[in-house]
Design a protein around this ligand. Structure first.
Ligand code: ACO
Length: 334
């Protein structure tokens, strides 16, 4: 079904990348007082990939991006726009242009988008606006995060959850169809304190009358139970709204592709929506929570191993810090 201007969106390629180094739960129990049993039973996570200090976000993102371009059968010079969803940039001024340079996508414009674990879904909706207005034909959307830079490695309540990685999709204009069927995005800054990676200023006196704040970003803090409650309430709601806009019922969804935060959240959301477990994509056992990268990594794996087929309806939802949450319903492929 074509909406708006008559220009539709197709998602034509995917790619992913993770650091080579991984740490399993047993190894993590040498860092903090935890166990494989505790982590696996509460979260479903068995291991996570961690970027060593020589790995830059731009490299992981470019690797994932190149794979997505290859699958779509296009070159970096065909890309009009690069959107990089990340909360862990190499450079606070922006990392998307560094990814552009790594890829050689010199005809594109590139910018970062920050919406934590919702970043990929927010990015998909942002990219589709540029395509539907006719402004750009080909978008490379990346979700990439190196949360290991910002985890408090002495806090066992949070450090066991996160991992590093990158994922990407190619989104292209189509005149004959629109594969992005519906979406809904939300945020609530009143609940920001549940999950933060916040800048904390320290006064630096410039003159006797004038000080500026020169502090630093402090590691991730999280109220796990609040985040859990938020996710299992808000995620089903937002998926139902996006399905309504897509004029689809939950039975017509082939795959539920949630942000890979915690297996218990996936199970609870699927149960509330009455989606059977065999339609729920899950790979957090291998990666942990890779924030903006988790959805495109899981998508890419399912596309490459043949589970997701052209035309399949995917209901995806991101949720996390901000707080932010959002869902998009799309059909995979041309
Ligand atoms: N290993 C062993 N014991 C632990 C660990 C650990 N890694 N972490 C906490 N514990 C202990 C606590 O100290 C506590 O013990 P106590 O009762 O003696 O004090 C006990 O386990 C229970 O701790 P809780 O924090 O209450 O554990 P809970 O059952 O809530 O599970 C969890 C914690 C898994 C984080 C859960 O709250 C959760 O899944 N929340 C959602 C969090 C999430 O997914 N965040 C990311 C989503 S948003 C985003 O992606 C950025």
């Amino acid at each position: 079904m074509l909406q708006h201007s008559g220009i539709g969106v197709a998602i034509t390629g995917s790619g992913s990348a993770a650091p080579l180094t991984s740490l399993d739960n047993q190894g993590l129990s040498q860092v903090v007082d935890t166990s494989d049993e505790w982590i696996a039973s509460r979260t479903g996570i068995r291991q996570r990939h961690l970027a060593d200090p020589a790995v830059y976000l731009r490299q992981l993102a470019a690797e994932a991006g190149q794979r997505a371009l290859d699958m779509a059968g296009i070159s970096a010079l065909d890309v009009d726009l690069i959107v990089l969803a990340t909360s862990t940039p190499d450079d606070l001024f922006g990392t998307a242009s560094l990814v552009q340079a790594e890829l050689g996508a010199m005809k594109a414009v590139a910018f970062d988008l920050t919406a934590a674990c919702s970043g990929f879904v927010f990015g998909m909706v942002t990219a589709s606006q540029f395509i539907r207005t006719g402004a750009y034909k080909t978008v490379l959307l990346l979700g990439a995060d190196i949360l290991s830079r910002w985890v408090d490695w002495s806090d066992r309540r949070t450090c066991v959850l996160f991992g590093d990685g990158a994922g990407a999709v190619v989104m292209q204009a189509r005149s004959e169809s629109d594969r992005l069927l519906g979406f809904e995005l939300r945020s609530d800054g009143n609940q920001n304190s549940c999950l933060t990676l916040a800048y904390q200023p320290e006064a630096k006196a410039l003159t006797s009358e004038l000080s500026v704040g020169q502090g630093s970003f402090h590691p991730i803090t999280m109220n796990g139970q609040e985040v859990y409650r938020f996710a299992i309430k808000r995620v089903p709601e937002v998926i139902e709204k996006a399905l309504f806009k897509a004029n689809l019922s939950v039975e017509q969804v082939d795959w539920l592709l949630l942000h890979q935060a915690n297996q218990r959240i996936l199970d609870a959301v699927a149960q509330r929506l009455t989606v059977p477990p065999d339609k729920v994509l899950s790979n957090m056992a291998k990666y942990g929570n890779t924030s903006a990268a988790s959805i495109p990594i899981a998508l890419d794996e399912a596309v490459r191993d043949g589970r997701i087929k052209p035309g399949d309806v995917v209901a995806t939802a991101g949720f996390g810090a901000g707080l932010t949450w959002g869902a998009a319903i799309f059909q995979w492929g041309n």
